[in-house]
Ligand binder design. Structure first.
Ligand code: BES
Ligand code: ZN
Length: 454
């Protein structure tokens, strides 16, 4: 064991340099012009996995971006099989001018590496790769059977992964899944996430007249698509943040008294939270605490508005069309397809006359609650405790990992969400970074996790 941990500390510097190489590849899954970079990233990973001694390393093409698979199954049939899942794709970098260093020129400052994908999720994927390397280099073997599944479409909804799971059920069969793509409650406090929200991402298109019109000559007689869109959006929520779509809350599992107690047990300072994002007050449903609203309540947010004159100064114009990108975060047991249908019906119903409204469904994810018991969760608790010197807490997160529910329905395996990111690390924002101390502690914790499992 000390041999294993010695190897991890002796190679820390090299691990960081290799992570920088991975972070330099602009694997933005949503941008068509980055498709070759996404492929290059899959290939970089696969050669790395081969080099550290994993077997059956393969890059599977899909209709979208490739899936990387590797395994090491010589631990024996009496040992459990663990499937590690992560993603190597990243979010777009805009607004680019707000980055301190270019997003694909990884830079270390204050013990953190700054680059797009650093915390979400390349740094967290790579720490598992490095702990496997440490095991293979020091023992020539792993304490359990391990499979790795690293995809390139998580940030765009994992559309091709469900089919892949169905098609490769045998290859992916396992006793438990482990994912490191979530956050710790705070630095120094290891955390196991047991709830993730789902997502339903829609776009509402409003078409008015056949061309932009003079707002004096036509305004008042012709319906304005931007006003119509504002009207539709205003109908979606009431002043207390309650979503007005009929049936929206039908499948929401209400928090139990025990859930309220668990949320209340996490120390949360509203003042610190407000200061961190620089707002005077928080929003949302008044009957729930902020942590409950983030982890256990659904939301509806406009992500973007498109339409009309946005240049400098004033232009009197009645725009021909407008659209809005709207996301809903869902909680167990809401279903993303069901919510998309209810949203579409309601938007059509409240749309004013004089415009044509179409609703587009971009992508979605179902919410999950994963079990808090089971052999792998227990192993994670012990490993995190040993690595961080602190007992982990159980939390629920507001983000989504689309495939999580399907690991239980298709592979019949429970998932452990053992993440090493921090919510303050600017995932999806400019200056995304990953704390290098957590990177190294994560390597240690994962190495001990596999030991505990064995
Ligand atoms: N790593 C995140 C999910 C996450 C964020 C978990 C914060 C816990 C805390 C993941 O990569 C992500 O961003 N997912 C997308 C999925 C969507 C595009 C379908 C998300 O949540 O927006
Ligand atoms: Zn992620």
């Amino acid at each position: 064991m000390s041999h294993l941990l010695d190897y991890i500390s002796a190679n820390a510097q090299r691990f960081e340099s290799e992570l920088m190489e991975l972070l330099a590849i602009p694997s933005i899954s949503t941008e068509p012009e980055n498709a070759p970079d996404v492929r290059r990233c899959a290939e970089w990973l696969s050669s790395h996995l081969t080099a550290i001694g994993l077997q059956n390393v393969k890059v599977f093409p899909t209709k979208g971006h490739p899936i990387v698979y590797a395994d090491w199954l010589d631990a024996g049939a009496d040992k459990p099989t663990i499937l590690f899942y992560g993603h190597y794709d990243v979010q777009p970098v805009d607004p680019l001018n707000l980055w301190t260093n270019p997003p694909f020129e990884p830079t270390v400052r204050d013990g953190k590496v700054f680059a797009r994908g650093a915390t979400d999720d390349k740094g967290q994927v790579f720490l598992h790769v490095k702990c496997l390397e440490a095991w293979l280099a020091t023992h020539g073997s792993l304490p359990v059977n391990v499979k790795l599944l690293i995809e390139g479409e998580e940030e765009i909804g994992s559309a091709n992964l469900e089919g892949f799971l169905e098609e490769h059920k045998q290859m992916l069969a396992c006793d438990s899944v482990v994912i490191s793509d979530t956050s710790m409650y705070r630095k120094g406090q290891p955390s196991i996430v047991y709830g993730l929200r789902g997502l339903c991402y829609m776009e509402v298109h409003v078409q008015g007249p056949n061309r932009d019109l003079h707002s004096g000559s036509f305004g008042g007689a012709v319906q304005n698509p931007l006003n119509a869109l504002a009207h539709i959006i205003a109908k979606l929520k009431d002043e207390n943040g309650r979503i007005q779509i009929p049936g929206f809350y039908d499948d929401v599992i209400e928090l139990t008294a025990e859930d309220h107690t668990q949320f209340a047990a996490l120390d949360f300072d509203e003042g610190d939270y407000k200061r961190a994002v620089d707002v005077d007050d928080l929003g949302g449903e008044p009957d729930y605490t902020p942590l409950e609203r983030l982890g256990a309540r659904p939301t509806l947010d406009v992500n973007g508005f498109i339409g009309g004159f946005t240049g400098t100064g004033a232009k009197t114009v009645l725009p021909a069309k407008a659209s809005a990108k709207i996301s809903m975060r869902l909680v167990a047991n809401q279903n993303t397809d069901d919510i998309a249908a209810k949203f579409t019906d309601y938007v059509q119903k409240v749309a004013p006359k004089g415009v044509r409204v179409t609703v587009e469904n971009h992508h979605g994810a179902n919410p999950v609650l994963v079990p808090r018991d089971g052999f792998a969760v227990q192993a994670a608790v012990r490993a995190l405790e040993r690595a961080f010197g602190k007992t982990p807490v159980f939390t629920r997160e507001g983000g989504s990992i689309p495939i999580t529910l399907l690991f239980s329905t298709i592979l019949n395996a429970p998932t452990v969400l053992m993440g090493f990111g921090l919510n303050s690390e600017n995932a999806h924002s400019p200056d995304e970074h990953f704390d290098l101390e957590n990177f190294h502690l994560g390597i240690k914790a994962s190495a001990l996790f596999y030991e505990e499992l064995g």
